[in-house]
Design a binder for this molecule. Structure first.
Ligand SMILES: [Zn+2]
Length: 265
């Protein structure tokens, strides 16, 4: 009888352990996935972030506000960013944000999302896709919600745009395992003068939870109030490189396509 109990215990433990074993290799054989994103297309991305990424061989996603001065002034450099394996994502033409709430006094009235119609926003996003296609020749695109805003009034403006976007990134601190990710509402950790130590803890948490960590940088050594020091940025990226055996680091479009495929099975 004791032998029978022992046998069934071993069977049960083996079955229970199987999902954990699977999850350890769920991200292309790695324990976790990391996506590095940079928002708003500013000079510091080209001057400060890109050289570090390229020296480490890491590929990132740059969310481009097509109407920004840096895009107009340095178009060929952005084209080269795309041709070297980084992703150019859609961050709208004019970066509209909901302006009629407290703390949003800085939003120009011309680009106050609360004054947009759904059609105007969708037209702006589709025009940005066309613009980016002219830059990198790609048809598939991911989107990052400007200021994290998803709605105009009560309406989700991305609804009905699944043909236009493979995935969309929101702005919320959370790490989820593969099966729990909504690719049209992907969470991310926004960097706001964080130390390298804090950012490394996010990576450790992703490894621990066997989930997806998306990092959002704005300024890199300046260029935005939401900034990261050059030193912390470099130290953080170097840490990702050091953890390469445990991490799959890739642009969002690749990770989102992988998530969709896995979750369909
Ligand atoms: Zn932005």
């Amino acid at each position: 009888m004791n032998k029978m109990i022992a046998f069934f215990s071993i069977v049960c433990i083996t079955i229970l352990q199987f999902p954990a074993a699977f999850a350890q290799t769920a991200w292309k054989g790695k324990r976790a996935a990391v996506v590095i994103t940079y928002d708003d297309a500013i000079d510091q991305h080209l001057d400060n972030a890109l050289p570090v990424l390229d020296s480490l061989g890491l590929k990132a996603t740059f969310y481009i506000t097509a109407g920004s001065a840096c895009v107009a002034n340095r178009l060929q450099e952005w084209r080269r960013v795309a041709s070297t394996g980084h992703e150019l994502g859609n961050h709208a033409l004019f970066h509209p944000c909901v302006g009629n709430t407290s703390g949003r006094e800085w939003v120009p009235k011309e680009y106050d999302l609360s004054q947009y119609s759904i059609k105007r926003m969708q037209d702006e996003l589709r025009m940005t896709n066309t613009f980016l296609h002219a830059i990198d020749g790609k048809k598939e695109r991911t989107f990052a919600f400007t200021c994290g805003d998803m709605k105009i009034g009560d309406s989700l403006f991305l609804q009905g745009m699944q043909q236009d976007f493979v995935a969309a990134r929101a702005v919320r601190h959370a790490i989820h395992p593969l099966h729990a990710i909504d690719v049209y509402n992907i969470d991310c950790y926004m960097v706001n003068n964080h130390s390298a130590t804090s950012m490394k803890e996010w990576v450790d948490e992703a490894i621990e939870k066997q989930g997806l960590l998306v990092i959002l940088f704005h300024g890199v050594g300046g260029g935005n109030n939401l900034d990261v020091s050059l030193l912390a940025h470099r130290e953080f990226l170097s840490y990702l490189k050091q953890q390469e055996k445990q991490l799959w680091v890739a642009p969002l479009i690749e990770v989102a396509a992988f998530i969709k495929k896995q979750n369909e099975q």
